[in-house]
Design a protein around this ligand. Structure first.
Ligand SMILES: NC(=[NH2+])NCCC[C@H](N)C(=O)O
Length: 401
């Protein structure tokens, strides 16, 4: 089981079918939960099923993260530690209330725990467990949750990245997404599916490194986006690990994109789709910078500016590359389609991508450039600001020829 590229035929992938967490979204705290809109759950689930169906047609094994967690929670000790870690990151201010919630969850079956820690718990819930008599229980607060919902859970890409036969658990930039990675961490550490994949760096990664910013371009090259979510501190720590301490790549190419909500990760504006082809949102062309990181002689990572993106990619991949601009030649269309994740496609195989059907101009352009585009409808899913790449965490791809 290994991932040595971002385009090799997709064999195994981890996803999350959106659930009731989307029904806990409300306008007042949308921004805090990193949503711009409220999706209609039933339709979002139908769309997600279509997304999964297309992967099945491609021969991909699709695994739901909640199924993995259900399995690992059968062990009572693991269950307790999972619940406790989740609650450490909660808004529950009173220790007794926290203990009551832990006991309540310990009495429930693994499915309830796996699903409801994603859905969240409203403050009113405490009444069912104990007299709300502590200050923390009765305090007036505009935020109605003891445990917030995790509406971005269906963007499994961001939660972990498989590189070769190792997996890196992301260190999320925002508090509101931190609990998501506990699902990845517990699956990786306790589920037999991961018996051949070792975790990388454990808890040593500084905050601010999310899967949407990482592209395993080849066995030798890792591309990292320096973005709103991924910090230079995290990139430096990771590159020391991957280039010097436990060398896995020959080179890391950092692509710095404008730090902006609309482009929160590299894969919202730039993506690898074939051996030599990339899709990119043209609106960031003039504000994108590249840096090449390699192992220096002194046991330190050496960074140099890498210049023009096309040249930098060609040098790193040792072949000429074709950067295909999304949205055609019209800046308005390009910006509209970027907002709807036109570059956020998932490579099912080299030169074959899965994409939202709504991005008609980008999809037509990709086809003209020889890419096979498989489409699905994602009008509700897109409201969370992510496409098929974000919604998938590949854990096995066929090696490239
Ligand atoms: N890889 C991605 N582009 N993921 C999209 C994540 C969207 C999510 N609502 C967030 O803002 O965090």
């Amino acid at each position: 089981m290994a991932v040595n590229s971002d385009i090799g035929k997709l064999k195994k992938v981890i996803v999350h079918r959106p659930g009731q967490e989307l029904e806990y979204l409300a306008p007042l705290y949308l921004e805090e939960l990193l949503f711009d809109e409220i999706p209609w759950l039933e339709r979002a689930q139908e769309e997600h099923d279509l997304f999964v169906k297309e992967m099945h047609k491609n021969g991909t094994q699709v695994i739901y993260i909640t199924d993995l967690i259900k399995d690992v929670l059968m062990d009572e000790t693991v269950k307790r530690s999972f619940i406790e870690e989740q609650l450490k990151l909660s808004h529950i201010g009173n220790q007794l209330t926290k203990e009551k919630v832990i006991e309540h969850l310990m009495e429930q079956n693994p499915e309830y725990v796996a699903k409801n820690l994603i859905r969240g718990f409203k403050r009113g819930f405490v009444k069912e467990l104990k007299e709300p008599d502590s200050l923390a229980d009765i305090i007036e607060s505009p935020f109605p949750f003891y445990l917030s919902p995790l509406p971005s859970m269906y963007f499994t890409r961001d939660q972990g990245i498989t590189m070769g036969d190792k997996i890196l658990i992301s260190s999320m930039n925002n508090d509101s997404r931190r609990r998501e990675t506990l699902y990845t961490k517990y699956a990786v550490n306790h589920h037999p599916l991961f018996s051949n994949i070792e975790p990388l760096m454990e808890d040593r990664l500084p905050a601010g490194l999310e899967g949407g910013d990482l592209i395993v371009a080849s066995e030798d090259l890792l591309i990292i986006g320096l973005s709103e979510r991924t910090t230079e501190q995290a990139i430096e720590a990771l590159s020391k690990e991957l280039l010097i301490d436990n060398p896995r790549f020959k080179e890391i190419l950092v692509i710095q994109i404008p730090s902006k909500r609309a482009y929160m990760h590299l894969d919202t504006v730039f993506n690898m789709i074939d051996y030599d082809k990339f899709v990119m949102y043209p609106g960031i062309k003039d504000n994108t910078y590249t840096y090449r990181l390699t192992a220096g002689k002194d046991g330190q990572v050496k960074a140099v500016k890498a210049g023009d993106l096309n040249e930098a990619l060609s040098t790193s991949l040792k072949r000429p590359v074709n950067i295909i601009y999304s949205g055609g030649n019209d800046p308005i269309t390009a910006a509209r389609e970027q907002w709807s994740d036109s570059t956020n496609t998932l490579a099912l195989a080299p030169g074959k991508v899965l994409a939202y059907n709504r991005n008609t101009v980008t999809n037509a352009k990709l086809r003209r450039e020889g890419i096979e585009v498989v489409e699905f409808e994602g009008s509700e899913l897109v409201r969370g600001r992510g496409g098929s790449r974000c919604m998938s965490m590949p854990i096995e791809r066929e090696p490239l020829k």
